[in-house]
Design a protein around this ligand. Structure first.
Ligand code: PLP
Length: 387
């Protein structure tokens, strides 16, 4: 194995949200941080080398993105997702959350209904509400140990909606939506002229027995209603570099979006994000494969530990992402007590399920993208309070 994911990297005092904001978020500065979605693993050496090489040149002036930036993205999409795109389909955006907000502003009007599928990544709520659009909840349904989509309700809601923000794969419930589910979404959205804003930031973090399907690849018709957001940030631990892509096949819609970005002068981006993206997409596959293996083992370890040691606690097995969705409802404690126990008795900093909207009550989201030694300590602390 070439890369060592067991290394403990001290992230404190690096203006790091996950560690340095613990006092602010949890009221306790020494919780084990298993919350915000970045990884405790070092960003791979080939990316750091590329950044350092560029940083060695002493001028950090305005830069542009040329073919060296776009070609690795194009090749990655083809080799990983059977998605044939061209340079002109790709619009740079300084982050996926900004892309969601900009797409809502560019393609909908105040008062328009936008569907989201809670429990879901919380910035989906603000991307709609902050711009005076109306949220419509197509709440996911739990069927035994898996979440599915309420298609009947979606069909009803789509009649009056203009957009669906799809989380593909889904954070926090970890679903890697399968082909038939995505086809059903496409069918409904095409029938009712609903745009699909597909957040695919976790597309390259899919567990070995599953396969990510890009919504826009389902059919030429699906591609016409799709706006896809993708980024190297989750996979290669680059979130601080704010670099992502919005990919739109429909030329009219694409020009609306790129004019929007240009008018706000967001197209410049940052020099080091460009360099990192190129290194990630052109050299990143061996690292990514090893990362998936490590995350998969962390997921299995967590599942086995909980099954053997914490009866009553249920874990939803993620098919993708490094987030684990934990169901504490059998312990019959309210959300405030649950939060308090985790922070103050177990010393653990997790995301309360209620952050992700309806359906999150009694749940917690745990980030397992950390060295195994950290995870083992966290699990044994969990056991001490919930066994
Ligand atoms: C579904 C999803 N979209 C977007 C983001 C963040 O994207 P960015 O940092 O590029 O704004 C996250 C981070 O957790 C996420 O889970």
């Amino acid at each position: 194995m070439k890369y060592n994911f067991d290394t403990l990297s001290n992230r404190e005092n690096t203006s790091c949200v996950k560690y340095d904001l613990r006092q602010t978020i949890f009221g306790k500065r020494d919780v084990i941080p298993l919350w915000v979605a970045d990884m405790d693993f070092e960003t791979p050496d080939f990316i750091r080398d590329a950044i350092m090489k560029r940083a060695a040149h002493p001028v950090y002036g305005y830069t542009f993105r040329d073919v060296d930036y776009y070609q690795p993205i194009i090749e990655w999409m083809l080799s990983h997702h059977d998605w044939k795109i061209q340079k002109d389909d790709i619009i740079f955006c300084p982050g996926v959350v900004p892309a969601l907000n900009l797409a809502v502003l560019a393609f909908t009007q105040p008062g328009d209904k936008i569907i989201i599928q809670p429990p879901v990544y919380h910035p989906f709520f603000s991307a709609v509400r902050d711009h005076d659009r109306e949220l419509v909840f197509n709440q996911l349904i739990r069927k035994e140990d898996k979440y599915t989509i309420n298609f009947e309700l979606l069909e009803e809601q789509a009649k009056n909606a203009v957009m669906l923000i799809l989380c593909n794969p889904h954070n926090p419930v970890g679903r890697c939506w399968d082909q038939s589910e995505l086809e059903m979404i496409a069918k409904i959205c095409l029938k009712h002229h609903v745009l699909v804003l597909s957040d695919e930031i976790h597309a390259d973090l899919v567990m070995p027995e599953h396969k990510h399907r890009v919504f826009a690849t389902l059919s030429p018709e699906a591609a016409e209603i799709a706006i896809t957001a993708h980024a190297p940030s989750k996979t290669f631990n680059l979130a601080g570099l704010a670099t992502s892509s919005v990919i739109i096949s429909d030329p009219d819609r694409r020009s609306v979006f790129s004019r929007f970005i240009e008018r706000l002068h967001l197209n410049m981006g940052n020099l080091f994000g460009n360099v990192a993206s190129t290194a990630a997409y052109s050299q990143g596959e061996p690292w990514r494969l090893q990362l998936i293996g490590y995350l998969h083992n962390n997921i299995d370890l967590t599942a086995a530990f909980i099954k053997d040691n914490i009866p009553g606690l249920e874990m939803i097995m993620p098919e993708a992402t490094y987030m684990i969705w934990l169901d504490f409802r059998k312990f019959m404690v309210d959300d405030e007590t649950l939060k308090h126990k985790l922070i103050h008795e177990a010393g653990l900093g997790l995301n309360p399920g209620t952050t992700f909207g309806p359906g999150g009550e009694g749940f917690m989201r745990m980030n397992i993208a950390c060295p195994r030694s950290t995870l083992e300590i966290a699990l044994s602390r969990l056991q001490t309070i919930f066994r």
